[in-house]
Design a protein. Structure first.
Length: 382
């Protein structure tokens, strides 16, 4: 009888412990183990090489004689040989007269503009005066006559006076001359003293020789300059290790920074001699010279490789006993083990090869299981 009681108590205790363990595991899974997934997204990584360098063009500085030169064309504008590009003033009086001429032209334009929209007002003023006269309404006659004088005759008188003064100044020889382009090309206002550095001087330079060229500017005097060739160059100082990833003749994307934030396709023209772990790499382009017309020293990144794939959180990557990498996908409510090939690491994610290339189930919009308890292939997860 006693033995029977013992077995009953033992059985009850085992059942109690099993229930307690089950409840414990259930509570653990509910409150401690969080099931997390994410969508597979396409991602691209650009691998870049940092550089510091100089823009070089074939350019000619235009001479300057007077005290001031005012360009009459815009920065980076194309010009033809013989085209007027600036006005040069030989003395202070000429500059003051030119300033007055510009001010008069502006005032005349403003007066004529103001006159245009008020044509209806002026017509109404005249009609009111005419009506008052015809009806012998003399009470407002003086007021209406003053309105006509103010709205019509005063404006016309002002414009006439301004125009007479403008004609008088323009008829004089104010000591100015027009500067014409001596050649066709692209005009720039900026003269920095390095225009004498010709593209042909760049090839074969050591990094120290390149820096020496740009540490000694020539005279920066001139009315501007004309870039006579569409082809321009970027002489970049790079490490030998980075330059070894490039090949002469390749076309690479160059991402400029600073005063010029643009991406441009450029050709690798030459890779120079080594010096203290560095070399000069020359890039060239025949596009967009008008955009870089005033620029000289620039930072840039050279995009040497572009890798595309699927971004996977590092937490979702697993290793099997053989060291192979894989992820779990949520597929039709089950966990599916899928092998992956890691291409690059990027922050808290890996870039892995798209399953569209390898016939793998991992594709864009696949549901990746980031974390879950006791995960295995075929486990019911949803």
């Amino acid at each position: 009888m006693k033995r029977s009681d013992f077995f009953i108590r033992l059985t009850t205790g085992v059942i109690f412990l099993a229930v307690a363990c089950y409840i414990g595991v259930y509570l653990y899974n509910m409150f401690v183990n969080t099931y997390e997934t994410t969508r597979a997204v396409s991602y691209t990584i650009e691998e870049t090489l940092p550089t510091q360098g100089y823009i070089i063009r074939t350019e000619t500085v235009l001479s300057e004689e007077g005290i001031a030169v005012l360009p009459i064309i815009g920065e980076g504008e194309k010009v033809a040989s013989g085209q007027a590009i600036a006005v040069e003033y030989m003395n202070l009086g000429a500059l003051e007269t030119a300033s007055e001429i510009r001010a008069l032209r502006l005032r005349i334009a403003q007066a004529e503009s103001a006159r245009g929209p008020n044509d209806v007002t002026s017509l109404n003023t005249v009609l009111e005066l005419s009506t008052a006269v015809n009806t012998n309404n003399l009470r407002r006659l003086d007021e209406l006559a003053l309105n006509v004088e103010t709205n019509i005759f005063a404006v016309e008188t002002d414009i006439s006076m301004l125009q007479n003064r403008l004609d008088e100044l323009e008829s004089k020889n104010i000591g100015a001359r027009t500067i014409n382009a001596t050649m066709s090309g692209t005009f720039s206002h900026v003269v920095d003293g390095f225009e004498h550095i010709d593209p042909g001087m760049l090839f074969g330079l050591l990094p120290s020789e390149l820096e020496e060229h740009f540490n000694n500017p020539g005279s920066a005097m001139g009315t501007g300059k004309i870039i006579t060739d569409f082809k321009w160059y970027y002489a970049a100082v790079m490490s030998i290790e980075d330059a070894s990833l490039l090949t002469v003749g390749q076309r690479k994307t160059v991402q400029f920074f600073g005063n010029y934030n643009e991406e441009i396709q450029m050709s690798v023209e030459s890779i120079g001699r080594r010096e203290a772990g560095l070399c000069v790499v020359i890039f060239s382009s025949d596009r967009g010279v008008h955009n870089i017309a005033p620029l000289r020293a620039l930072r840039a990144d050279i995009v040497y490789d572009t890798i595309s794939g699927i971004r996977v959180p590092k937490q979702a990557i697993h290793l099997d006993d053989d060291g192979n990498t894989f992820v779990y996908l949520q597929t039709s409510g089950f966990a599916e083990k899928v092998s992956v090939e890691i291409l690059r690491s990027s922050g808290d994610s890996y870039l892995v090869r798209d399953g569209a290339e390898t016939a793998s189930p991992l594709r864009v919009d696949s549901v990746i299981i980031v974390k879950a308890n006791n995960l295995y292939h075929g486990k019911v997860v949803a």
